[in-house]
Design a protein around this ligand. Sequence first.
Ligand code: 5RP
Length: 224
Amino acid sequence: MENEKILAAQESVNYVKETMIVGLGSGSTAEHMIRALGKKVAEGLKIKGVPSSEKTARLAQEVAIPLITLEEAGTMDINIDGADEFDPELRLIKGGGGALLREKILAHNSKLNVIITDSSKAVDKLGAFKLPLEIIPFASNSIMAQLQKMGLQPVLREVGGAPYRTDENNNIVDIDILGQEELDTINQKLLGIPGIVETGLFLNYTDILIIGKGDGVEIVKRKS
Ligand code: 5RP
C-alpha cells in the first residue's frame, strides 16, 4: 500500500502551480506529498504552505516549503490531504491521525480539495473505520455517556495510558457509525452535543480523489 500512497501523492503535486497557497494535510500519504512538493520547491516552484498539524509543519520546514498561517492565507488555492475511508460519493472518514479539526478547517477554506489515498481505503459504506470526534476534555465524561446512550460505542483514544491530546489540546473519541443510514443526520446530531468540536465526517469537500492502484493512479472528480 505504501507504493500506492506514493503514486497518489506524486500525482497530486501536479495540481500545484506557481504562487499557489497550498493546504498541507497530515498522515503518511500527506507526508509523501509534502516530500514531493519539497522537491518541486527546491527546483524553483514558488508556493506557500499552510500546515494542518504541528507534525506536518515540522516536515514542511525540513523540506524547505515556506509556511504561513491560516490567518495570513485567508483562502487557500488548493488543499491536499489523505483519508481513512472514502465511499463512491467521495465522502470521507478522516482523523485517524488525530488532526481532523485543523484538516476540516483547511478543507473548508480551500478553493480546491484534492484527496490522496491507497486503494485499501475504498468502501461501499463509510463506517468500518471508527469515526473520530474531537471533543473538549472538560466535557469528555458527559459526551462519552451520551454517545453510549446513542449506541455509538465510544472509545476515548489513549496514548501511553493517558487520553490523546490534539494540537488544539482536545481529546479524540472514536465511535461506531456503521449502522447509520443518514450520514448528514448523524453528523448534525453529533455536532449538536455541546463539547463535540468537530467530526471526522467530510461529507461534501472532495473535488478530486486520487487513488493509488497497483502501478498507477485512478482520478475521480466530483460530479458538479
Ligand atoms: C489524519 C488523517 C489522515 O489523512 C488519515 O488518517 C490517513 O492517514 P494515512 O495517509 O497515514 O493513511 O485524517 O487526521
